[in-house]
Structure formats: C-alpha cells, structure tokens
Design a protein. Structure first.
Length: 208
C-alpha cells in the first residue's frame, strides 16, 4: 500500500535500491572485462546501467568501489557466521566453518578482480584487498577473544588465530588470481580450494 505522501512503501524502496546497486555492479563488471578498468568511465557505467551519475554517487564514491563490489557483504557474512558457531568449538575450526558457510550461502558472489584480471587496476585491487583483510582480522579477533579460554594474552592468541585463518584465505585468493593469468579457471575454484587451504593450515599447526 502506498503512503499518503506518495512515497513508495519501505519494502519497495529497499528492493529498488538493491536492484539499482546490482545493475551498477553488473554493468561495471561487464565493462571492466570488455574494455579494461582504466578505460571505463563512470559515465559509461551509468549509461549501461540506465541510471544517472547522481544516482551512481548515492551508492558508490568512485568506480574503484566497483572493483570488489561484494567484498564488504562477503566479509560481513563471515563475521555473522562466526558469531553463530557453538562456543565449545575450537577457535580455528569455528573460523573455518564460518568462512565456508559464508561462501556456500552466496555461491554466485564473485569478486570481479578474481574473475577478470584487470590491466591497470592491480595496484588498486591489491591495496583494497589488504585493507579489507586487515579490517576483517580485527573484527574476527574481537569475536575470538570471547570464545577462547580466559588467561594471559588472550587478545594475542585471538589475533594469531584470526590472522592465521585469514592467511589461508589470502593464499586461495592469490592462487586463483595467479592461475587466471595463464589458464582458464573453472567457476567455483575459489570455494573448492578453501577447504584444502584450511586442511594445510591444520596440518601445519599439528606439526608445531
């Protein structure tokens, strides 16, 4: 039911916002792949998405934000999944399961930078990935402090577990990106390699 002031209902507004954001993401991903990141302009993205430049800047600060359009949502899901894990689970196991659950819940979510090596954008992608991982490690560390047995240096122990787990995930990101430079990488490779990375991590931990 429409509001008396003529504005659409809140639920409809949110759906339209989501549709607009997705249209911009899809248009940018296609143009980046076809023309390259450096050669693609905001004007071309908005034209392809069928929106105005003003609308674009309501959702994104720059075209660089569209290089990794779903990174924040993906990392938010990991934090949420970790918060749901049983408290009695070992910290590293809980983190592994949280990461895998987050990926499984959105199997079609793809980082543009992983799907298409973008000439001229590698430095931007690398900087944004590093920053995002550091921020995620901080968020996970705070949750792990609550899960680990209390004692001296619990904050340090939590940080080591979080950073170690994210290192395994970084290794998968790097592997997929490197493989894409020389070969066709099947869809789903990222998700397939994650359990292997965590298995290697578990083996290395057991040997210490």
């Amino acid at each position: 039911m429409a509001r008396s002031d003529g504005a659409p209902p809140a639920g409809l507004r949110e759906r339209k916002k989501a549709q607009t954001r997705e249209a911009l993401r899809v248009a940018a991903a296609r143009l980046f792949a076809e023309r390259g990141f450096a050669e693609t302009t905001v004007a071309e993205i908005v034209e392809a998405a069928g929106v105005s430049p003003r609308t674009f800047f309501r959702y994104f600060d720059s075209k660089e934000d569209l290089l990794l359009p779903d990174l924040t949502e993906s990392f938010d899901r990991m934090v949420q999944e970790l918060a749901r894990r049983p408290l009695e689970e070992p910290a590293l196991v809980a983190l592994r399961e949280a990461v895998l659950a987050a990926v499984d819940s959105a199997p079609h979510t793809t980082l543009v930078a992983l799907a298409h090596p973008l000439e001229g954008a590698e430095a931007v992608v690398t900087d944004r990935l590093v920053y995002a991982f550091v921020e995620l490690e901080s968020r996970l560390t705070k949750l792990l402090v609550e899960r680990l047995p209390p004692g001296p240096d619990v904050d340090l122990r939590a940080a080591v577990v979080a950073i170690t787990a994210m290192s395994a995930m970084r290794a998968v990101v790097r592997t997929v990106r490197e493989r894409r430079k020389t070969e066709e990488v099947p869809v789903g490779t990222f998700a397939r390699l994650l359990p292997t990375a965590f298995a290697v991590l578990a083996e290395a931990s057991a040997d210490l």
